[in-house]
Design a protein around this ligand. Sequence first.
Ligand SMILES: *[C@@H]1O[C@H](CO)[C@@H](O)[C@H](O)[C@H]1NC(C)=O
Ligand SMILES: *[C@@H]1O[C@H](CO)[C@@H](O)[C@H](O)[C@H]1NC(C)=O
Ligand SMILES: *[C@@H]1O[C@H](CO)[C@@H](O)[C@H](O)[C@H]1NC(C)=O
Ligand SMILES: *[C@@H]1O[C@H](CO)[C@@H](O)[C@H](O)[C@H]1NC(C)=O
Length: 376
Amino acid sequence: MITLTVVSLLLSALSFILPAAAEPCIAMDASFNLLVFGVGGKDFNAGTQDSWTGSSATDITASGRPPFDGSNTTCYLAQFFNAIYVLNADSSDSTSVYIYNPTGKSWSKQPVTTPSGSPSFDPTDFKAILDHDTNVFYALSKGELFFLDMGALTAANSTALTWTDVGAPVAWGDLSTYQPVMALAQNHIHFIGVQGLTAGECDIFVIHFSFFQPAAQSYSSNFPESHGQAVSFFQKSDVQQEFAYIPDDGSATYVINVESNTTQTLAGPSVKDSSAQYFAGITSLVQLSSANSALSFLAYTEGSDNSAAAWTKITAVTLSTSSSNTSSTSVLGSGSSGTKTGSSPSATASTSDAGRTVMNTFGLVAGTMTLATFMI
Ligand SMILES: *[C@@H]1O[C@H](CO)[C@@H](O)[C@H](O)[C@H]1NC(C)=O
Ligand SMILES: *[C@@H]1O[C@H](CO)[C@@H](O)[C@H](O)[C@H]1NC(C)=O
Ligand SMILES: *[C@@H]1O[C@H](CO)[C@@H](O)[C@H](O)[C@H]1NC(C)=O
Ligand SMILES: *[C@@H]1O[C@H](CO)[C@@H](O)[C@H](O)[C@H]1NC(C)=O
């Protein structure tokens, strides 16, 4: 019995670590609790902003969750319905949308089809926003825009949904190599870094008219037209009016207001990571850097002077003690969890790929023997 337990523990740990890199994901529920998914095989609720710098989080790991072993995993809040939609969190299934229902703490998997033919949606190469009012995803994939209507889903429906072609913004030039930087505000999707834009401009897709605006809009700023990450701030209710843009070099955080057509230039994140994920609530912008095992936030007040806003480390959920900066570092369990199975080794990653494989295998065995080191 004991031998069996150790072996199955080892096997489950192996299956957790070896197939693919863990890729955590962040989102907030409709009460703006910070949810951190895919941390050492677990998911956590870090509570509202006032508790992020504390030392505890609630383990919300539940059955039916995706393995969070995909690439480019992204999470979205459907604010009207209090549902979280998760894309690309399962390396064995890149098309389905996993739905987390924060109220029932339950998961389900929505089947989604991607029709073949041309142009077709490439589920491994796209950037998407979830439209606040219509609950429809819009994704730019290889220069072509597609939509996926999520209806009012807070749990999966057995009828498959389908990515549908919208078209391509011909007036914006050839976008076949454009790596999208896009965010939603006032039912308009804003695109940064499209060829031909000058600093401080966005190209715009008007959702309600399914219209690619031919002329760019200026936001009285000089934010760079380069690659980066963009994410919309929520309002208590109603559509977003502002979004944050962080260029890949992390040199600044730009907050663009599409009502006043102005931009605030705020501090760049302390952790510079061009692969970092961002999620904005009403009063915060959260950064998740898997590569640096860092979770931090910028407190932000819409309509106020935020020039002194500073980035603060989130301590309620700890990603890893590893010093490796590579994305294939396995990410550790954390928060207030006490379960010991399925944990991953700590502080074993080295800087080279070959070294990491060896070290992880070693750490796995060591971690299994000692039932792993847990961080609180
Ligand atoms: C992740 O996204 C990038 C940029 O869209 C893409 O080039 C890459 O193929 C994606 N990786 C996977 C494994 O889907
Ligand atoms: C499930 O999908 C079918 C077909 O689109 C639709 O008629 C039905 O209303 C959906 N159910 C829910 C609960 O959304
Ligand atoms: C912002 O720009 C839009 C489009 O050019 C314009 O309709 C709107 O009046 C501008 N807003 C302000 C406050 O200038
Ligand atoms: C990651 O580590 C490697 C090797 O130490 C280093 O060359 C690289 O610059 C680091 N990358 C980042 C983003 O810190």
